[in-house]
Design a protein around this ligand. Sequence first.
Ligand code: UT7
Length: 330
Amino acid sequence: MYASLKSIGSFVPKKIMTNKDFEKIVDTSDEWIVQRTGIKERRIAADDQATSDIGALAAIKAIERSNISKEDIDLVICATLSPDHLAMPSTACLISQKAGIRNVMAFDVSAACSGFVYMLSIAKAFIESGAKKNILIVGAEKISPLIDYSDRGTCILFGDGAGAAIIGVTQDKNEAILDVHASADGKYADLLITPGCGSKYPCRAENVNDKLQYIKMSGNEVYKVAVRTLTKDVVDILKTNGITSNEIDLFVPHQANLRIIEAVRNKLNFPAEKTIFTVEKYGNTSAASIPMAINDAYEEGRLKKGDLMLLDTFGGGFTWASALVRFGGN
Ligand code: UT7
């Protein structure tokens, strides 16, 4: 009995923020942003759309595209760094309610940009142990409220969006999640962090005045560890599974920066035609980045049942993860 990624869906907010829009608020240029990051625009959720709202819309699409109904779902997991509420309820609880899923276990995963691949690992274990049969996993982010729009080093990078998948059971290894590697190292915590509004620097006026509620990043240092780790991750998972890069149908890297994707792709000799790029239109959507990219490949007709995907991600924590997934949907 194997776990299988049976369907994919995403939701993209309507509002587009272009590089030109950033030229009006910080000292930057379209040219700098495109050259250093590959990003041209990103989506921003509406004031009345919280993370659970966009997550639920992605979830509903993934359920519609699967061969199950919402009543069949027995576990809901949401990965996010921008939950609706800091402590409780979990965003997974709210997504369940908004998607009409009742009385099932629901919880959030906190692994920043690696959240979707972390959820694959958890869902795979639940399915293969026989504990659950149909799991909804949602990577959902409304990152815009966590952005300091006066910090040019971070504000241009991130966007809002959501992606979701149904993980079910299969007997067929040709449509199975073959392997997931996930890891973390807290020694890098300060390089990419939202310091405030947790238990360490609570949401008090002095901490908010110091802007501690916003994302802080040492971009250049994160960049170097990201390239090194993402590359090593792929080499390791291919080697462990005796698979060569030629056998991969789709390389789906985390969409943080086009230069990072290209550096990893070139080191591993993956052709551009087999790589998914969405960073140009969405920016970095953290835990939503990988499922949004898979969704776009699916909608473009680039993903067929049985295709072998290689997922590779890296984020705050630091966390990192990779996965070999044969698509189990139609
Ligand atoms: O998803 C989780 C993982 N996150 C990432 O993987 C992000 C990793 N980091 C990056 O993508 C890149 O480091 C950035 C895009 C954030 C920055 O690119 P960089 O080539 O590493 O630039 P830098 O930080 O070394 O800064 C170079 C210069 C600096 O100016 P000085 O000190 O040389 O005068 C920055 O102040 O570029 C300046 N700069 C900007 N200039 C124009 C930083 N941001 C901007 C900006 N527009 N938006």
